[in-house]
Design a protein around this ligand. Structure first.
Ligand code: UTP
Length: 317
C-alpha cells in the first residue's frame, strides 16, 4: 500500500530557544529565506506524499496562517505589480491537503504522534519533525528512499540515520545496526540506545528526525511508559516494536546529506548560516561580511554580562 500521509509534530514548547520562541513557534523561525517548517513541507511534497497532519499546540497559529492561501496579500502584490514577490508565495499552491490537530499538553513526541491515530486510518505514514531540515544530495531524496525502503522491506518502522561525530553520540538516539538489506543504504536495526556515552555507543548513526511507521506504532505508544519529565518518547515505542520482534529498519543518509536541527541556538545559528551562505542573491556578500566580522575582536559574552541578574547584596556603588 502506497504511503501518502505525513504527520508533522510542531507542538513542542521550544524552551531551548527562549526568548525567541516565547510567542512564536520555533518551527516558524527563518532559516535563510524560509521558516524551518516550510522546508519540511516542501520535502514531504517532493517525496510524493499528498496529505499532511500538523500536530500543533497553543500559540502555533502562525503555522496554520503560513500555509493558508492569502488572497488579500496576493491581490496587494498583483496591484503593486510586484510579481517577483508573488513567486515567493508559490509554496502556497503545494499539492498537499493540510489537516491540523492540537496537543493541548506537551507530553512528549510519542504522545503527539498518538494523536494522529484517527487521521492515518490504519495506513502507514511518515513522521517528519517540524524543527529539522533534511538536506538531500539529489534525487531521490532521503525521505523518498526511506518510504521506498519501508515498503520494500514490509517493515513495521523505518528510521533515517545521520552519521555524527563520535563525541556527539551523547546527544542522540543511536542505532545498533544489524545486517544490510538489499539496495545498500538500508539495514536491519537490532536496538536503539538513547544518548549513550561514546564508549557505549554501538555506532555513530543518530536518529535524524524522519520515520515511516505502520499503524502498529499506536499500540506500542499506548504501552509506552512516560520517561524523563513525564514525556512519552517515540524512541521508547520503537524499542517496544523491536522487543516484539517486529522488523524495524534504518536508512543511512549519504555523504553530502545533512540534518539541520534548529532545536538549540548553536545548531540554529549554524543552520541559518549554511542556508544564508547558499543564497543565490546574498550568499556571496554574506561570505565577505563573515570574513570581515571574524577579523574583528570577539564580543563574546557581551550580551550575557549586561543582562545577568546580579544579587542585590553584591552590587557596589
Ligand atoms: P523537541 O524535544 O526538540 O521539542 O521535539 P521541544 O519540546 O519543543 O524543545 P525544548 O526541549 O523545549 O527546547 C522535537 C519535535 O517534536 C515536537 C516539537 O515541536 C519538535 O518539532 N514535539 C515535542 C511535540 O509536538 N510535542 C511534544 O510534546 C514534544
Amino acid at each position: 500500500m502506497a504511503t501518502t500521509r505525513a504527520v508533522v509534530p510542531v507542538a513542542g514548547l521550544g524552551t531551548r530557544l527562549l526568548p525567541a520562541t516565547k510567542s512564536q513557534p520555533k518551527e516558524m523561525l527563518p532559516v535563510g529565506r524560509k521558516p524551518v517548517v516550510q522546508y519540511v513541507v516542501e520535502e514531504i511534497q517532493q517525496a510524493g506524499l499528498t496529505s499532511l497532519l500538523f500536530i500543533t499546540g497553543r500559540s502555533k497559529t502562525a503555522i496554520e496562517n503560513h500555509f493558508d492561501r492569502d488572497a488579500e496579500l496576493r491581490r496587494a502584490l498583483e496591484n503593486e505589480r510586484k510579481s517577483g514577490l508573488l513567486a515567493a508565495l508559490a509554496y502556497e499552491d503545494a499539492n498537499l491537503e493540510f489537516f491540523y490537530t492540537r496537543q493541548s499538553e506537551q507530553l512528549g513526541l510519542g504522545h503527539a504522534i498518538s494523536l494522529a491515530e484517527g487521521y492515518v486510518q490504519g495506513e502507514p505514514f511518515v513522521i517528519a519533525l517540524g524543527d529539522s531540515i533534511i538536506e538531500s544530495a539529489g534525487a531521490p531524496s532521503v525521505l523518498r528512499r526511506l518510504v521506498d525502503a519501508f515498503e520494500t522491506a514490509g517493515a513495521a518502522a523505518a528510521i533515517a540515520f545521520e552519521e555524527v561525530a563520535a563525541d556527539d553520540v551523547v546527544h542522540y538516539g543511536i542505532a545498533d545496526p544489524g545486517e544490510a538489506l538489499a539496495g545498500g543504504d538500508a539495514f536491519r536495526i537490532r536496538g536503539l540506545i538513547e544518548k549513550p556515552s561514546t564508549a557505549e555507543a554501538p555506532s555513530r548513526l543518530a536518529i535524524a528526525g524522519r520515520y515511516v511507521v505502520g499503524p502498529c506504532i499506536f499500540d506500542a505508544l499506548r504501552r509506552t511508559k512516560p520517561g524523563k519529565g513525564g514525556e512519552i518518547q517515540l524512541t521508547d515505542a520503537l524499542r517496544l516494536l523491536l522487543d516484539d520482534g517486529q522488523p524495524v529498519i534504518g536508512l543511512r543518509m549519504r555523504p553530502g546529506e545533512r540534518r539541520h536541527d534548529i532545536g538549540n541556538f548553536e545548531s540554529y545559528f549554524r543552520s541559518f548560516l549554511h542556508f544564508a551562505l547558499a543564497d543565490p542573491e546574498h550568499g556571496e556578500a554574506l561570505r565577505e561580511a563573515l570574513a570581515q566580522e571574524s577579523r574583528r575582536p570577539p564580543r563574546r559574552g557581551h550580551h550575557r554580562s549586561t543582562m545577568r541578574a546580579v544579587p542585590r547584596d553584591t552590587l557596589t556603588t
